[in-house]
Design a protein around this ligand. Sequence first.
Ligand code: NAP
Length: 472
Amino acid sequence: MNPRRVAIVGAGPSGLFAAQALLARAPFEVGIDIFDRLPSPFGLLRYGVAPDHASIKAIATVLARVFDDPRVRFFGLVELGRDVTVAELTASYDAVVYAAGASEDRRMEIPGETLLGSHSAREFVAWYSGHPDASPQSLRGVRTAVTVGVGNVAIDVARVLLKPAGDLAATDMPQAVLDELRAAQIQDVWVIGRRGPEHASFTTPELRELLALPGVAVDVQGVELASIDDADLDRRTKANVAALLESTTPPAGPRPGTHDGDGSDSGQDGARPRARLHFLFWHRPVRIVGAGQVEHVVCERTAPAGPGRVEGVGDLVTIDAQLVLRAIGYRGIPIPGVPFDAETGRIFNQDGRVTDPDGTVHPGEYAVGWIKRGPIGVIGTNKADAGQTVGLILDDLAAAPEREERDLIALLAARGFSPSTLADWRRIDTAELARGEAGGRERAKIEAWHELLDLVRTGRAGGPPSVADQRV
Ligand code: NAP
């Protein structure tokens, strides 16, 4: 029997967990080709996990072992739907696994959302993570930042904004990002939840880490924490409410509707705080106001309106702010030729087998990660999720008839298109480590497309024309 050939589209955590499970569990020979739009693997581990969360990033070291296996190849700079079609993929592989993640963000759909200074947290995270597609973000003139949403992404961006710049200096952030954060003079960060702390989706260690930032005074508004009945709350939520209660200092900083603090508030240790973190629960932004640039965020008080839902109750408060980051969730984007549920932002699937909207299975096509189940769960959640899909793949492959081998890479080469390879990624990796060492840290990300492509090209001298050459 020929090796069963599997294509994985997306080299982020879900794709790599799927590869890991296939390598470990396949009772027959397999060959795995992993494709990514970028010349680097690791997806959200590289461009989504906060740079100061080294222990989560270390998962990349474990997942990187997948690439040491001779049964695995990596092809970067390949975008499904642009460089290769679904039909070409499915004709070339026994199984195709979509691991494309959720690369769009949700919108609040409120007036002023497109003003300068109003962005998605996704864009902000991409910038500080050194994603080559990210636009530079300016923090000049930002004294107050507002983050909308009470999930872990909101917590990440609030922490990066409030952390002393020196504490970020050892991370892999691009130098330009570190310089911008060092020059920033942010004094207040607001975290706005449309429901209460008992409904917030952030996890307790992440919340506690934010609350413990040195020199940051914390207040909680819009809710009486002590009166939350925690009898029916789960452990995480109970711990969240307790953490907020423990950290709260009397709210003497700016309150919604006022302009500046009275300067009399204190940090947790009684000293004058360096900055202030305000949680405002049971409020939702209804408009962002400013002359071309964010100046105020107007929020309306909310009240429960059925399970998971809120309604505005009319009381308005105004926060003076120069930066608004909406951290209200990610969304998957459709892949041409793959059945996509626009409502949920996911590929139609049953436990990972791709289906039509009516449930008819697309043989040989599978989904893993956020594009399968939606943008929920921490990195580790993808392991069990990928394991479920891989179980189905292995069942299907064991029963599938053998078919003629077709080499997609040869097909692409015949078109004059050669993707980047693992050797190219290793060259980028080495260059980032060298850049980091020169600056006294482990790694410094290379964020410019032209530099990444130059590094890919370096390996091509006299070789076949590369996709990188075609794109520049
Ligand atoms: P999330 O956990 O789904 O949180 C989204 C937040 O936005 C919720 O508070 C939600 O409130 C709110 N929201 C949604 N629509 C809104 C609207 N129109 N107006 C106001 N608020 C709105 O999503 P996330 O923070 O993007 O995180 C995505 C996943 O990545 C999560 O599973 C998260 O745990 C994970 N993650 C983990 C880490 C980590 O482990 N350190 C770091 C980052 C991300 P409702 O609940 O009321 O809808």
